[in-house]
Design a protein around this ligand. Structure first.
Ligand SMILES: CC(=O)N[C@H]1[C@@H](OP(=O)(O)OP(=O)(O)OC[C@H]2O[C@@H](n3ccc(=O)[nH]c3=O)[C@H](O)[C@@H]2O)O[C@H](CO)[C@@H](O)[C@@H]1O[C@H](C)C(=O)N[C@@H](C)C(=O)N[C@H](CCC(=O)O)C(=O)O
Ligand SMILES: Nc1ncnc2c1ncn2[C@@H]1O[C@H](COP(=O)(O)OP(=O)(O)OP(=O)(O)O)[C@@H](O)[C@H]1O
Ligand SMILES: N[C@H](CCC[C@H](N)C(=O)O)C(=O)O
Length: 563
């Protein structure tokens, strides 16, 4: 990230104050710390380098690099201190930078020119959020903060909210899977939720540029890894929970527990929870902040009451009869309060019932922030554009296929995304999908099954194979799709191994062009899983790849060949 955007201008804070805040014992020199990084490669002069124990390596191994780039102090744990001590020992003979220290103490004793004080604490990751907030002057406290969690729908809801907040006259910032935005400036994201050091720096930049509100996605990894420590959200939103990331969390219970941490006073002042799924209903019993609930399920409901105390859901979605929004596939609806005395007329501009849920969550969040219902209606009437989410790349015609790119990469998202496209598909629904490597292996078969249950043709391909064998991942997704045929739940008539992604997209489009010329109407080709992504990660290398470009290229090539 360019330093001018990620780093605010700041006078910093004294190392002594940070030592006290972190609980590190022992004297430290009176110097100023003006930034923080947990990655030696992004250290700037004046930084505190957080040398954290990682899944692969201990960050202490890179502390000499961090010092070389200008780190003025290092935060680490006892193991990291031992690593640095070892490096210092060998540096005495090799001449490399080093620092000496003792566990739970903070002092410096290193060769001239290389010495940096160490703050040694038990769990440095767990201290970093507070320290970064202090270094940048607690920027989150000066912004209205909205945090969104859930398996699916975070990005979509964040864009809906950001667009509505702008329409309401707010000056917004956004942090999420696709990008970070401060006013008109934008940066591509590498994570859904950045590390704590970057979160607080970005919030400080937003404050500096005059933003008053920040909407951000909060992933379960972020909650587990203390990436949003030191931020208290004015309102925290929960969309839904379904299978994903079990490689990391181990079980749905642990995954849920990570998300639930957002709904505690340490992290939020209030919550908005969609209780359409069991996890949302459980969350409101677990939350220790006041929570407003909503549902898109039909009411009065035969579903179990949302809480063990039997409380009614605060807001319900009631479909609104009338013309489709802008002649497109959006859906009009009423959002009705349980008291019966308040109701908003809203519309989802994006296809699928799940986008009614996302729009309703955004509306309840805006009401929770104190915006007037009539203004919320008007603000949400502005159609948002969400890159790579149900993005129509080619609208289709009588014989030309409609081509859509969507980010569905969980079984549930594939299920709802394909179901959303069925009603508007005149010909066949052709799904192109794969599964990411080095991610939850347990979801792959279920993704294939979901595709075969909704699409007429399933073309299995590679997503981001990362370090795995792509053919092996495809085999698992294919096995899932074929199991739906075996158990009779499939509508798919063809399940194909499409091979590499560009080839698979070309095959699907060629099939659609051929099929559409003689059938009931044009086919729909939906390419799932990578949405806005601009690269394909293979063995640590990101190769340029954009599904939307691949679709356009394949369309041009197929038209030349077939017509
Ligand atoms: C599983 C996971 O979340 N891992 C994160 C974790 O990595 P790690 O513990 O393995 O790090 P490591 O490689 O052992 O390195 C240890 C330390 O040394 C530092 N280091 C390493 C090398 C170097 O040259 N210099 C240096 O300072 C690293 O910054 C790190 O602090 O800490 C790293 C540094 O902050 C993160 O980049 C990394 O995210 C990895 C890349 C990742 O893919 N995370 C995904 C799963 C993720 O976080 N996804 C969520 C969820 C999205 C969703 O909801 O769908 C997200 O928020 O994006
Ligand atoms: N409320 C929802 N319920 C179920 N599926 C959804 C919902 N909203 C979006 N989806 C589907 O999930 C996909 C991902 O949506 P979105 O990017 O908004 O979620 P996300 O939570 O940000 O995902 P990630 O954390 O992986 O970035 C969409 O492309 C769509 O297919
Ligand atoms: N935030 C998700 C995105 C997955 C997108 C999909 N294209 C994949 O690579 O699996 C993750 O990091 O697991």
């Amino acid at each position: 990230m360019p330093p001018d955007l990620i780093r605010p201008s700041t006078s910093g804070v004294s190392l002594r104050a940070l030592a006290e805040l972190s609980g590190a014992a022992g004297p430290v020199p009176d110097l100023r710390v003006t930034g923080a990084s947990l990655d030696s490669r992004t250290v700037l002069p004046g930084d505190l380098y957080a040398a954290l124990p990682g899944f692969n390596v201990h960050g202490a191994q890179f502390s000499a690099d961090a010092v070389r780039l200008g780190a003025v102090a290092v935060l680490t744990d006892a193991a990291g201190a031992a690593v640095i001590r070892g490096q210092a020992g060998s540096a005495d003979s090799a001449g490399a930078p080093h620092a000496a220290h003792s566990a739970h103490s903070a002092h410096s004793a290193a060769p001239p020119g290389t010495e940096v004080p160490l703050l040694v604490v038990d769990d440095p990751r767990a201290r970093l959020g507070q320290l970064a907030a202090a270094i940048y002057g607690d920027p989150g406290a000066d912004l209205t903060m909205v945090g969104i969690t859930g398996t699916n729908g975070k990005t979509t809801t964040a864009y809906l909210l950001e667009s509505a907040l702008r329409a309401l006259g707010c000056s917004t910032g956004l942090i999420g899977t696709i990008e970070t935005r401060v006013g008109k400036e934008r940066l591509d994201s590498s994570h859904t939720t950045p590390e704590a050091t970057d979160v607080h720096a970005l919030l400080a930049v937003m404050r500096e540029r005059g933003a008053d509100t920040c909407v951000m996605e909060v992933s379960s990894h972020a909650l587990d890894q203390h990436r949003v420590d030191g931020v208290v959200y004015d309102v925290a939103l929960f969309t839904n929970l379904s299978q994903d990331h079990l490689d990391y969390h181990g079980s749905m219970e642990d995954y849920f527990a990570a998300k639930a941490r957002l709904f505690t006073p340490e992290r939020s002042l209030s919550g908005v929870v969609c209780v359409d799924d069991e996890w949302g209903r459980r969350l409101i019993d677990r939350a220790t902040v006041p929570v407003t609930t909503l549902t898109t399920l039909p009411t009065p409901t035969s579903e179990p009451t949302p809480t063990s105390t039997g409380a009614e859901v605060d807001w319900s979605v009631v479909p609104r009869r009338g013309a489709a929004v802008d002649g497109a596939s959006g859906q009009p609806f009423h959002l009705v309060h349980r008291s019966g005395d308040r109701s908003l007329s809203l519309a989802s501009h994006l296809p699928g019932d799940f986008n009614v849920a996302n729009t309703a969550i955004a509306a309840v969040a805006l009401l929770s922030l104190g915006h007037e219902p009539a203004r919320v209606e008007a603000a949400l009437a502005v159609p948002p554009s969400v890159p790579g989410r149900m993005e129509v790349v080619a609208p289709g015609g009588t014989t030309d296929p409609r081509c859509i790119v969507d980010f569905a990469h969980t079984p549930d998202a594939i299920d709802v995304a394909l179901a959303a496209l069925r009603p508007s598909t005149r010909g066949r629904l052709i799904a192109v999908l794969g599964a990411g490597g080095d991610r939850d292996r347990g979801k792959r078969e279920a993704m294939g099954r979901a595709a075969a249950r909704h699409a007429d043709i399933v073309v299995v391909t590679d997503d981001n194979p990362r370090s795995e064998d792509p053919a092996e991942i495809r085999r698992t997704v294919l096995a899932g799709a074929r199991s739906a045929v075996t158990d009779g739940s499939a509508v798919a008539r063809e399940i194909i191994d499409g091979g590499a992604r560009s080839r698979a997209i070309s095959s699907a489009i060629a099939m659609a062009l051929r099929g559409s010329s003689g059938s009931d109407g044009a086919d729909t080709v939906v390419v799932l899983g990578k949405g806005h992504e601009k690269g394909q990660e293979v063995n640590g290398v990101k190769h340029p790849f954009d599904d939307r470009e691949a679709v356009r290229t394949a369309l041009r090539a197929a038209e030349r060949t077939i017509r």
